[in-house]
Design a binder for this molecule. Structure first.
Ligand SMILES: [Fe+2]
Length: 382
């Protein structure tokens, strides 16, 4: 029997080497006439902003540029972008960059069209007014934000990440061009790549999974598993970037139609309290969460199916969990020590994370504390 579900909207995907050149026609088909391009300084230095601007201007589309996106944008960062946007005449956002550029553009869209503060939109569906169309052009394969209706923005006071979602915030179009995803530093590619893998694996077993999200998660896993080992080893081959970029976008669709789980619930407090980069925090926790989840018969069956996929994609006979643990063991781990009192604080913060409620094995604070203990036991002291 197939459980009932309702699919969530999805952006049009434009995928392929060199498809950035399709940007003017993507703008044109939205019936808009001018663009605010939201990006960061790294993307400016890589030359992609000038390429995008030239393409648009050559087609008679005026472009304004906000190039001050900060990593892990805060409420203040979103407000600053919005202040600039208020002084500019435009009717379409183009977000060009990593997850932070996409989050900043979405957050700016909430504030510009609906007013207030980002905390007003924490949760889902709280924007009453229409929002401007968004074209997302990710240059890192990771967050899958290009396929999600949420902006992740940190609170100014305590660094807590707020997920602010609305169907109107979803990109109309996502342009996935592997040619412009090759300028990120290797460590960034590794951290964001592992995060994309975790998105596929957590959404695959989430209790919110549907027939559709399961298809997206499995397709994402097929692509990411082919390439992530090369990305980690710094031996990127021909199609690896394409596999990662497409896999990350499909993972984003899987999350949009499902949810995440305990690895993300554990990772968020590590980032908020200790500044551990999101991808590293997720990687640290993922194998331990998967070992726990394997006690759930449905999750175990799904992991088993994914172990078989590995035989096709990387001709590997390891089980899925051993393969993930092996991958994580090959990346740089955060230097870290946490005493028992800090573990309890982390665990109680993890227990309040919305995403943790959808893990196949239900967890309370003591369960999260056990996960942290087993993960930290593998780390070298800072
Ligand atoms: Fe993530």
């Amino acid at each position: 029997m197939v459980d009932p579900f309702v699919s969530r909207p999805a952006p049009k995907l434009v995928f392929g080497n060199g498809v950035l050149r399709e940007l003017p026609s993507c703008v044109g088909e939205l019936g808009v006439s001018s663009v605010l391009l939201v990006t960061d300084q790294g993307i400016v230095r890589a030359g992609h902003v000038e390429t995008a601007r030239s393409l648009l201007e050559a087609n008679g589309i005026p472009v304004s540029v906000y190039d001050a996106v900060q990593e892990n944008p805060t409420e203040s960062d979103a407000a600053e972008c919005c202040e600039m946007a208020r002084g500019v005449d435009f009717d379409c956002f183009v977000a060009l960059g990593g997850g932070s550029s996409l989050d900043t553009a979405k957050a700016c869209n909430f504030l510009l069209t609906n007013g207030g503060r980002m905390s007003d939109y924490q949760g889902y569906g709280k924007a009453a007014e229409r929002m401007l169309p968004l074209i997302a052009i990710p240059t890192t394969a990771g967050t899958g934000s290009e396929c999600q209706s949420y902006a992740l923005v940190s609170r100014d006071d305590n660094g807590e990440k707020m997920a602010c979602g609305d169907p109107k915030a979803l990109a109309k179009t996502a342009i996935l061009d592997p040619d412009i995803s090759d300028t990120q530093p290797r460590q960034v590619a590794v951290q964001t790549g592992i995060d994309a893998l975790a998105h596929a694996l957590e959404s695959a077993v989430s209790i919110r999974r549907t027939e559709l999200s399961s298809l997206y998660a499995e397709a994402a896993f097929r692509h990411i598993s082919r390439a992530i080992g090369d990305i980690i080893d710094g031996q990127v081959k021909g199609d690896d970037r394409g596999h990662m970029l497409l896999g990350a976008a499909l993972s984003g669709r899987a999350i949009e139609n499902s949810m995440l789980g305990a690895a993300h619930a554990c990772a968020n407090p590590l980032t908020a309290r200790h500044g551990v980069i999101h991808g590293r925090a997720v990687a640290l926790m993922l194998p331990h969460v998967m070992r726990l989840n394997a006690a759930d018969p449905d999750a175990a069956r799904i992991y088993d199916r994914y172990s078989h996929i590995l035989r096709e994609t990387v001709t590997c006979s390891q089980t899925l969990i051993d393969w993930v643990a092996d991958l994580v063991g090959r990346i740089e781990q955060p230097g870290f020590t946490a005493n028992e009192s800090e573990i309890r604080k982390l665990a109680s913060a993890a227990a309040t994370q919305w995403t943790g409620r959808f893990n196949p094995i239900p967890l309370k604070a003591e369960g999260f504390a056990d996960l942290y203990r087993s993960a930290f036991a593998m780390l070298e002291p800072a």
